[in-house]
Design a binder for this molecule. Structure first.
Ligand SMILES: Cc1ncc(COP(=O)(O)O)c(C=O)c1O
Length: 410
């Protein structure tokens, strides 16, 4: 008995698998900025990846009605039949892809869709191709599933888009998945149908490789750009593609936690099995809200897009006026991903040495009170991400502070 107690004392509490992952760097910066604000500092946070708009009224009303009518119980694990039908209709309406409700699962945010898909399919040593810059969570979710992330850098010169030849070169017999994310977090880059065609051609040559396309920013594109999704461009990939989307960004519903996907039934069943033993169904009330979002009017989105476009143009223009910074004009999402190579090696007025992108964002936060996220968090050093999902006045003020900060580097 005594021996057992001693052994337990020595046992490590935290499982080894946790050592494979990192806390979200975007959340870390946001938390630091929030703490500085709480301490009375004048902080403008451009680090969070969520719309500053409120959830539209008709969606909130549907949630309130659900509470009042007793839609407050467990639902089917993968979502109510009505919501899965609405998701299927959404894919047909927006992308011309016919998924049946059995080919759809609804989860607690887009993040859980990714988590379910990777945990359900990736075995130790399987490779997952992740074009970079990439959303911070892909590598960690893959690592948690014991997979090996294989990063394929996409250069600023090619608009941060994956080149077919780079994809071809990265595929090995161990490749299980390729991630695509359009419009992209952190770059805002989005693929047209023509741009996806050569990628489809590579994938057609590798029939064992699955594709996970994260289209969560689909509704947020500017200047009439129409983003395409891979199955729409090449229906021949339908049987090995997950088409993921969700309510978080399009309907300003980050807190409601609703994401979904269309995929072959075999995979949906596996994801359902995993979800059934973890979180079960997403919140019944959020599902009622999502139903209203998917079936409801989209003029609220058009208004958000109009405002985001103005902000994007303002931020791109002002950042390009900052010394040492160059910023492209992306097609979508609510991010820009400027290069800061021209600032490296310099020193800030308070003496911080700008050795890299991380030192840059820390000094910017400490000295000018502007929170941005360093490019290395997205596996792409030499850049930083600005989220322009905040008021135009604050954006203007933040960009002025960035200009002052960069201008004062020596
Ligand atoms: C590219 C991308 N995919 C997925 C998600 C996760 O979305 P959700 O809040 O629905 O889990 C995010 C959120 O920031 C994202 O940027």
């Amino acid at each position: 008995m005594l021996r057992l107690i001693v052994m337990r004392d020595k046992m490590e509490l935290i499982a080894a698998r946790l050592n494979r992952i990192n806390p979200s760097p975007t959340m870390a910066i946001t938390a630091k900025a929030r703490a500085m604000k709480a301490a009375g500092k004048d902080i403008i946070s451009l680090s969070a990846g969520e719309p500053d708009f409120d959830t539209p009224e008709h969606i909130k009303r549907a949630a309130i009605a659900a509470i009042k009518s007793g839609e407050t119980k467990y639902t089917d694990v993968g979502g109510t039949a009505a919501l899965r039908q609405a998701v299927a209709r959404k894919f047909l309406r927006d992308s011309g892809i016919a998924y049946s409700p059995e080919e759809v699962i609804v989860s607690t945010g887009g993040k859980q869709v990714i988590f379910n898909a990777m945990l359900a399919t990736v075995d130790a040593g399987d490779e997952v191709i992740i074009p970079t810059p990439c959303w911070v969570s892909y590598p960690d979710i893959v690592a948690l599933a014991e997979g090996t992330p294989v990063f394929v850098p996409c250069s600023q010169n090619s608009g941060f888009k994956l080149r077919a030849e780079d994809l071809e070169a990265a595929i090995t017999p161990k490749t299980k998945w390729v991630f695509l994310n359009s419009p992209n977090n952190p770059t805002g880059a989005a693929y047209s149908a023509e741009e996806l065609r050569p990628i489809c051609d590579v994938l057609l040559r590798h029939p064992d490789v699955w594709v996970f396309t994260d289209d969560i920013y689909e509704k947020l594109t500017y200047d009439g750009f129409r983003p395409a999704t891979i199955v729409e461009v090449e229906p021949g990939l339908r049987d090995r593609t997950v088409t993921m989307n969700g309510c978080s960004k399009a309907y300003a519903m980050t807190g409601w936690r609703i994401g979904f996907c269309g995929a072959p039934v075999k995979l949906i069943k596996a994801m359902d099995k995993l979800q059934g033993q973890s979180t079960s169904n997403p919140s019944s009330i959020s599902q009622a809200a999502a139903l209203a979002a998917l079936n409801g009017p989209e003029d609220g989105i058009a208004e958000m897009v109009r405002v985001y476009k103005q902000r994007r143009d303002l931020v791109v223009e002002m950042l390009n006026q900052a010394r040492g910074i160059t910023c492209g004009r992306p097609e979508g999402a609510f991010y820009v991903f400027p290069a800061m190579h021209g600032c490296i090696g310099k020193r800030s007025p308070k003496g911080a040495k700008i050795t890299d992108d991380e030192a840059f964002v820390i000094a910017l936060l400490d000295e000018q009170g502007v929170a941005a996220v360093h490019g290395s968090a997205f596996i792409y050093p030499g850049h930083f991400r600005i989220s322009y999902a905040t008021s135009t006045e604050l954006l203007k003020e933040a960009c002025e502070r960035i200009q002052v900060f960069c201008g004062a580097l020596r």
